[in-house]
Design a protein around this ligand. Structure first.
Ligand code: ATP
Ligand code: MG
Length: 383
């Protein structure tokens, strides 16, 4: 097999870590080109060539496709219509059809429900009157969700009572919406799953995710759930991969209810923040796995060598702008990854820390304390 040129839509931290994984596979990938609107994006700084342009811009996507053998993406808001129109020999993975199903939270949930995969109850909303009419069938509270282009919870609004309906509706007016039954979950977990172009499926052990203000803060690998719950989450992930038919790595976010049922919250058709621990904790990182999947190579082992805790480094609430380079003293089992973004903004994902249990103490509480302690040592200061 001759080495291929990989095009990635999006050159943020996910594109950056994909680029780094690609550089470690020179027999299979000769070059990476990313499409990203920010000049010198994180992926470009990691050695990718860059086309500066919007993720949805037709001309830029076509330009990328002319220079690439295979195309993938790090964001789900890409232009599935343009991707669908790209002609062979370039191949796009996960397929634009899979992307289209996932991009719209309603069609995604409808697809899962039709395939017998558990999801919270949900309904499409066509108008304010429709919203008022439909809420009682789910009962308060409900979550109003923008169906497309939402991230970090910014497309969600919790409606607790009738008096909040109009305000909520106005927030997303003009965008397609849905409502979802509020799930009083015990915990949130995810499974990073891969399917390669010839149908081989592999899943990583289920991990636990702790969010703050709707943004992922901590991932614990493996999740602190009973074995039957872990098994259920894995089976749901495998079934999803079987019916979805896309090639690549997918992040499958789930809720564990108080009575230990597992249901899918949403699927990301890409490498996922909750899989960053695999960089040091696992036989194969999720980034290498994604490349193996889209290249049609045999998938790598998903064995978790050591337990791990991943802590995101988010921009502090009181700091905006350029900052001094962040570094830490070498410490066993502590891995800092900064994304080389020029400017900090509150809540912006700027890096992450992996704390890996190299001595196999299996003391998750201690790993979490360590992660917090390391995070607190990181200070953002003007240069
Ligand atoms: P992200 O970019 O973090 O994936 P998003 O904007 O796509 O987020 P969701 O994943 O739909 O939004 O929701 C964000 C968070 O809101 C979830 O991780 C969960 O904590 C909470 N949430 C979502 N849906 C529900 C629900 N039906 N019941 C209770 N909480 C929910
Ligand atoms: Mg989500």
């Amino acid at each position: 097999m001759t080495a291929k040129i990989l095009g990635i839509i999006g050159g943020g931290q996910l594109g950056m870590m994909l680029t780094e994984a690609a550089k470690a596979m020179p027999d299979h990938i000769s070059k990476v080109i990313v499409l990203d609107p920010t000049r010198d994006c994180p992926a470009a700084r990691a050695g990718a060539e860059q086309i500066v342009g919007d993720f949805k811009d037709k001309n830029s996507i076509v330009e990328l496709s002319m220079q690439s053998d295979i195309i993938t993406y790090e964001i789900e808001s890409g232009n599935s219509e343009v991707l669908e129109s790209l002609k062979a020999p370039v191949s796009v993975n996960p397929s634009p059809a899979t992307l289209r199903t996932i991009q719209d939270k309603y069609s995604q949930k409808e697809f899962l429900r039709q395939n017998g995969i558990p999801v919270p109850d949900f309904l499409a909303i066509e108008s304010l009157a429709d919203l008022k009419k439909k809420i009682p069938s789910l009962g308060y509270p409900v979550l109003l969700k923008a169906r497309r282009d939402a991230y970090d919870g910014r497309g969600n609004f919790k409606i607790n009572s009738e008096s909040m309906i109009e305000h909520a509706y106005k927030l997303f007016e003009g965008r397609p919406m849905m409502i979802e039954k509020w799930v009083d979950f015990r915990s949130e977990v995810s499974v990073i799953a891969a399917r390669n172009t010839v149908g081989q499926i592999a899943t990583y052990p289920v991990v636990e995710n702790i969010h703050r203000e709707n943004i992922l803060e901590i991932t614990i690998a493996p999740a602190r759930v009973p074995p039957h719950v872990a098994k259920e989450a894995d089976e749901i992930a495998r079934k999803t991969m079987e019916v979805l038919h896309g090639a690549g790595v997918f992040g499958i976010e789930m809720f564990v209810t108080r009575d230990d049922r597992v249901m899918i919250n949403e699927i990301a058709p890409r490498v996922h923040n909750s899989g960053h621990h695999t960089l040091q904790s696992s036989d194969t990182s999720q980034f290498e796995q994604h490349l193996r999947a889209i290249l049609g190579l045999p998938l790598g082992s998903t064995n978790l060598r050591h337990h791990a805790v991943m802590r995101n480094i988010l921009g502090p609430s009181d700091f905006v702008g350029k900052y001094k380079p962040i570094a830490l003293e070498q410490e066993r089992g502590v891995y800092l990854k900064m994304y080389n973004k020029d400017e900090a903004k509150p809540q912006r994902k700027l890096g992450h820390i992996n704390i890996v249990d190299l001595d196999d103490t299996r003391d998750i509480e201690e790993l979490m304390r360590k992660a917090e302690d390391v995070r607190n040592r990181i200070k953002f200061e003007s240069p």
